[in-house]
Design a binder for this molecule. Sequence first.
Ligand SMILES: [Zn+2]
Length: 264
Amino acid sequence: MRIVGFGQDDSKQEVTQQNRTVTVASPVRSLVSINFDRMNKPLTYYNDQFDLKPGDRVFVTGKLEGEIRIVESVTTKFRIRISDYQRVLAIAQTPIHGTYFSTGDMMLSYDSEALSSDDFHQWFLPPVEKAEEPEDEVIFGDGFEIVMDDPSASDGFDPAVFDRAIDYCRSGRIGYISVRNGVGKAFISGSHWYEVDFRLAGNVVKEAYCDCPYAGLCKHLLAVAVMLNAKQHHNEIDLSRNFTLVESNRFWNMARHTRQTVTL
Ligand SMILES: [Zn+2]
């Protein structure tokens, strides 16, 4: 086992880690300067929702919406016309805790404090401003059920969709899977991020739903079942335990920026 440090431990974050509480600072109005790789100079955004500090990772409104970026500098001395500025929309505060093992192209942890689905969501799924119009009503039928070592027996199985699911497993599109006390959550990236909810009972993925537009047994649901089955088949995971799987590239991207100590 090897300990890898990412920068210095922040004493405030230590406290947060021990008490398992999150302290939300009251917002401080500020103008923040943010560097975007493809822009020649930093852009300035108005912030009235957070107490931002240089180094914070944020999402903004406007044409660069959906890109997570680092705050370079912050000032509270300003006078602006509000309509001239895009705003800071959300902040990603996702410390990584726990012990992770490398299994293929995913990092695996059995720790209860390992990355939660909410944390993953906050980091990788850009927030959207609330839409004006009311959302469509979503109607649920029975959830899908997939026996992991025999997915072709599932209701609604389509071999062509299954092939796409295999491609998804191979190409790192499964960003996150966790199961806590039988309740599972996964995030899979395609043209958008899609969210899968399921229950895991033995080697059966059941009561499974995906929020993608496809009404039937979709490639995202199948991909989750195929990935878990492959890892179990290769003795890379104990599915009877609570576990968290995070795609390696995304894991290291987060670890690089969170100044936490991760045990490998
Ligand atoms: Zn889907």
